[in-house]
Design a protein. Structure first.
Length: 299
């Protein structure tokens, strides 16, 4: 039997069955948010973490302030969550070490390219003009928009130099991927081995792509582990493109969108910065193992 001290003069007795029911509510991802928060409060106070102190002059109700105090004391933030996905690739460790090795110590007389495509980039035009940035007021844009088509950006980041080879295409099938590989072939100096890091998208492993590899022996593919495309360095370039150019852009046609992307590529290649890998692969492996152990304990 547990005694839960809520506020002055209010106590709740919790037996083992009630405790298990409250834990089940918290663990259920489909439980209403207010039920989860209140269940957490009761569980925490049953562990002796309740409080009778109320912060005055906050403008909030006593129950809200009391809840906040418990959360702060335990370092809890119930309104926030983080996304994750652990790779279940049986060859996760050797693939990780292979790719990190290319980043940290690339082979001599070779070039390392991080390749991927950013698909379905929308040419969005706002329904009304936005107001510009002013002191004390942020820029504005309408919440609705008009779609003017989509494009796909194929990009290859040179890890050593930081330059990006990019092509905009209408689709992202294996045909377009082969066209992009041919573009890389024409831009990479003859005589250099080309190590290509890419994810497990279907078009990257298409039989015709494998046949193209057979005709171009200097190209070597290195696939990231499944559910681990964050290993691909070009994803960072895509994030910059989205944040700095696409997110707040207004594109009245597909031509405008592709022109903006090409300008961003040209500007990035004017002052390229080499990609620097800093994470310890052993720390990543240890974290993934801890994650799998935790998931197994929950099943």
């Amino acid at each position: 039997m547990r005694v839960c001290g809520m506020r002055t003069g209010i106590t709740v007795e919790i037996n083992a069955t009630d405790y298990a029911r409250l834990e089940a509510i918290v663990a259920n991802r489909n439980s209403p948010q207010k039920h989860v928060w209140r269940s957490r409060i009761v569980l925490l106070t049953s562990e002796g973490l309740g409080t009778n102190e109320i912060i005055r002059r906050t403008g909030k109700s006593k129950s809200v302030v009391w809840r906040w105090r418990i959360w702060r004391r335990q370092g809890l933030q119930p309104h926030r969550s983080r996304q994750f996905k652990l790779s279940r690739d049986p060859e996760f460790v050797p693939k990780l070490r292979d790719i990190v090795g290319l980043y940290v110590d690339p082979p001599a007389h070779a070039i390392v390219l991080s390749v991927d495509e950013k698909s379905q980039i929308q040419a969005l035009d706002r329904t009304q003009p936005g107001l510009p940035l002013k002191p004390g007021r942020c820029g504005t844009m309408t919440h609705d928009y008009k779609r003017n088509g989509t494009t796909t950006l194929f990009a290859a980041l040179d890890v050593l130099e930081g330059k990006v080879i990019g092509r905009c295409m209408q689709r992202h099938r294996h045909q377009e991927f082969i066209r992009f590989l041919n573009a890389i072939e024409t831009e990479v100096p003859v005589g250099k081995i080309v190590h290509v890091i890419l994810d497990n998208y279907g078009s990257h492993k298409h039989p015709k792509v494998r046949a193209w590899l057979g005709r171009h022996p200097r190209f070597v593919f290195h696939y990231t582990p499944t559910s681990a495309s964050w290993l691909n360095a070009v994803e960072g370039f895509f994030a910059k493109l989205t944040k700095r150019r696409l997110k707040r852009g207004v594109f009245r046609s597909l031509v405008d969108l592709q022109a903006a992307i090409n300008r961003f590529l040209a500007e990035a290649n004017e002052k390229p910065r080499p990609f620097v890998w800093t994470a310890d692969p052993e720390a990543i492996i240890a974290a993934v193992r801890r994650g799998h152990q935790k998931l197994q304990s929950l099943t």
